[in-house]
Write a protein that binds this ligand. Structure first.
Ligand code: NAD
Length: 282
């Protein structure tokens, strides 16, 4: 599979586009307007230093060649006309995803495999809205795909095993470590592990069992992990744990969401990308 189309050019979509192009694929970037697509060259300039810093084999020439393999279109039929694979990274709303795939089904060639990058929705919630449920599955990338390079591949009960294998192979070709998920699981492997871990850390903090620094230190030193839970919160950004917990049935997690809002979000401490979250960054 040489031709990839990515739907949605936001945080994750733009990373998947750049990583696939860096790995030699021809990539078409699709978004809902030309104004949004016009922002992509600046995004590539932002990603290039990270590749140069994080990947020993990255060179300015290779990065320029990656950019040259990317084209853009805000016309869906045009964007998918040659696609072997379409990966969708549009906003995490079931109705938007279902509408998007219905529209793609109307214009994509019969050969095209369809994949969603959804973090929380299941492929079986979207597959019936396509004209080819057997060619539909999830390929879930992690933020900062070039270094945190897992791709969780997860089908639904009707996904053709050959399609699953082709998607896993494609993931490998673009520098990912494919993770074969055997059956539908909300949160895949990653978030099934991470969410309870982060919740446990939040509760230790809310009960004032130990300081944020000591909770992180415990995890780092005693397991050899490079980061503790609150350092991970800072990378994820405060908006996600707030959104996940503001209406939680668990009173402690609801209180944690309130704390995040008043002590961090309202003060602009949105996490590492903003220079400050639980910790302050240079
Ligand atoms: P984002 O808001 O940064 O980007 C969404 C993009 O989709 C925007 O460019 C927007 O213009 C575009 N868009 C909106 N409606 C569209 C439509 N109908 N058709 C095509 N494009 C449309 O979102 P994101 O953080 O990149 O998340 C996208 C998907 O990736 C979600 O399903 C999310 O769960 C998943 N994901 C996100 C992360 C993360 O860390 N941000 C990690 C893994 C998976």
């Amino acid at each position: 599979m040489q031709n990839l189309t990515v739907l949605g050019t936001g945080v994750l979509g733009s990373q998947i586009i750049f990583q696939a192009a860096y790995s030699g694929k021809n990539v078409v970037a699709y978004d809902i307007s030309d104004e949004i697509l016009a922002k992509l060259p600046a995004r590539w300039e932002q990603l290039k230093p990270s590749y140069l810093h994080d990947l020993p084999d990255a060179t300015p020439e290779k990065l320029d060649a990656a950019v040259a393999r990317i084209s853009t279109s805000s016309n869906l039929a045009d964007a998918v006309k040659d696609a072997d694979l379409v990966i969708e990274a549009v906003p995490e709303r079931l109705d938007i995803k279902q509408d998007t795939w219905k529209s793609v089904s109307a214009v994509a060639p019969a050969k095209t495999i369809f994949a969603t990058n959804s973090s929380t929705l299941l492929p079986s919630q979207i597959a019936p809205f396509t004209d080819r449920p057997e060619k539909f599955l999830a390929m879930h990338f992690a933020n900062q795909v070039w270094i945190f390079n897992t791709c969780e591949v997860m089908g639904h009960p009707g996904t053709d095993p050959a399609v699953f294998d082709a998607a896993a192979q494609f993931a490998e070709q673009i520098g990912m470590v494919p993770i074969h998920i055997h059956k539908e699981q909300p949160g895949y492997v990653l978030n099934s592990l991470l969410v309870p871990f982060l919740e446990a850390a939040a509760k230790l903090h809310m009960r004032d069992i130990a300081s944020i620094e000591d909770i992180d230190k415990t995890w780092r030193i005693s397991t050899g992990s490079p980061m503790g839970p609150f350092q991970i919160y800072d990378i994820v950004g405060m908006m996600t744990p707030y959104a996940l917990n503001e209406n939680s049935d668990d009173p402690e997690m609801k209180k944690f969401a309130e704390l995040i809002k008043t002590e961090y979000i309202d003060k602009g401490y949105l996490g590492k990308a903003a220079g400050r979250g639980f910790y302050t960054y240079n």
